[in-house]
Design a binder for this molecule. Structure first.
Ligand code: NAD
Length: 306
C-alpha cells in the first residue's frame, strides 16, 4: 500500500470515529443560506442593471461609519464588495471616533438631500457619547435600507409595505424559497430586539402564522417551543435551544452569531442534537448570515423604487 492510500484510509477511519464519538446523525434538511445568497445576488444584479438603464445611473448606497469598531470595518468592506459585484454605487463616509453629534447630523442631512443616494446605512453600534436613536430618526425613512427607522417599524407592525430589517427579511426568504408552509402554523421567535426578533415576528404574522415572542423573561422556553412547528432564534446565547425543546419535524431558523472559545462561529441552537429532531434547520455559519447582506441590496432596490 502506498503512502497516499494509507493516508486516505487513515482519514476515512478518523471521520467515522469522529462521527461515532459525536453520535451525530443529521436527519433534518439543511437550509443552505450560501446557495440562496448566490441566487439572490444574481437576481439583484439583473434588477440593478435594468434600474440603472431606466434612471440613467446606478442605485447609490451610502454607509456612515464612526470609526473605532473593528467588526464594523469588516462588515463595511463586505458591503462594499457586494455593491461592486451587483453594480450598485458605494460611498463610505467615515467620521472620527470622537465625532460630535452635530457632525453626524450634518452627514445624515447631506445624504438625505443627495438625489444620487438611494440608501443610507448607519453603522451601529455608535460610540456611547453619540445618540443612536436620534441619528436613526434623522435618516429619511425612504432611504432607511437597514429598516430601523420607527416609521418603517410602524409600517411593518401595521402590515403595510416597509423597508424591513435585513436579517429577518433573509430568514423569511429562506423559509419561502424552501417552500415551508407558514399559514396556520404555530411559530415561536426567541428575541425581541428591534432589528431581528420583533420584525421577524411581524413578518411571520403577515405570513399568517400564529406567533409567540419569547425573551429573557420567558418562564418555560421549552414548553413554548415544543408547541411550535417553526422556531426562530435570535438571542445571542450559544446552546440556548436544545433537542428536547424541539417538536419532531419542526423548522429551526438560527440567527445567532456567537464566537466560540476556539474562535469558530456558532449559533444559538445546539445544531448537532437539534438536527436529529428537526425537519429542517439553518447551519451556522452558512445559514441566515449569507442571506442578510443580499437583503440589504434588495432594500436598496426597493428604496430606488420608492
Ligand atoms: P439583542 O441582544 O438585542 O437581543 C437578544 C434578545 O434575546 C433579547 O430580546 C433577549 O430578551 C433575548 N434573550 C436573551 N437571553 C435569552 C434567554 N436565555 N432566553 C430567551 N430569550 C433570551 O440581540 P440581537 O441584535 O437581536 O441579535 C441576536 C442574535 O442574532 C445575536 O447572536 C446576533 O449576533 C445575531 N444576529 C445575526 C444576524 C445575521 O445576519 N444572522 C444579524 C444580526 C444579529
Amino acid at each position: 500500500m502506498n503512502a497516499k492510500c494509507k493516508n486516505a484510509k487513515a482519514n476515512f477511519a478518523f471521520c467515522i470515529l469522529h462521527l461515532i464519538e459525536r453520535e451525530t446523525y443529521v436527519t433534518a434538511t439543511i437550509l443552505d443560506g450560501r446557495a440562496l445568497a448566490m441566487e439572490l445576488r444574481a437576481a439583484a444584479q439583473a434588477d440593478i442593471t435594468s434600474i440603472s438603464q431606466k434612471i440613467g445611473r446606478a442605485p447609490g448606497l451610502a454607509v456612515i461609519q464612526v470609526l473605532g469598531d473593528a467588526a464594523s470595518t469588516r462588515y463595511v468592506r463586505s458591503i462594499e464588495k457586494l455593491c461592486t459585484t451587483v453594480g450598485a454605487r458605494f460611498r463610505l463616509l467615515t467620521l472620527p471616533a470622537n465625532a460630535a453629534q452635530v457632525q453626524l447630523d450634518v452627514t445624515i442631512d447631506e445624504l438625505n438631500a443627495d438625489p444620487a443616494t438611494d440608501g443610507i446605512l448607519l453603522q451601529l453600534p455608535l460610540p456611547s457619547h453619540l445618540n443612536a436613536d436620534a441619528a436613526i430618526m434623522r435618516i429619511n425613512h425612504r432611504k432607511d435600507v437597514d429598516g430601523v427607522h420607527p416609521i418603517n417599524a410602524g409600517l411593518l407592525a401595521q402590515g403595510r409595505p416597509a423597508l424591513v430589517p435585513n436579517t429577518p427579511a433573509g430568514g423569511m426568504e429562506l423559509l419561502r424559497r424552501n417552500r415551508i408552509e407558514l399559514r396556520g402554523k404555530r411559530a415561536a421567535v426567541i428575541g425581541r430586539s428591534a432589528i431581528v426578533g420583533r420584525p421577524m415576528a411581524q413578518l411571520l404574522i403577515q405570513a399568517d402564522a400564529t406567533v409567540t415572542i419569547c425573551h429573557s423573561r420567558t418562564a418555560d422556553l421549552g414548553a413554548v417551543l415544543r408547541e411550535c412547528e417553526i422556531v426562530c432564534v435570535a438571542a445571542g446565547r450559544p446552546g440556548l435551544v436544545t433537542a428536547e425543546m424541539i417538536r419532531p419535524g419542526a423548522v429551526v431558523i438560527d440567527f445567532g452569531t456567537n464566537v466560540a472559545a476556539d474562535g469558530s462561529l456558532i449559533g444559538d441552537v445546539d445544531f448537532a442534537t437539534v438536527a436529529e429532531v428537526a425537519g429542517a434547520i439553518t447551519p451556522v455559519p452558512g445559514g441566515t448570515g449569507p442571506v442578510t447582506n443580499v437583503m440589504l441590496i434588495r432594500n436598496l432596490i426597493a428604496a430606488v423604487r420608492l
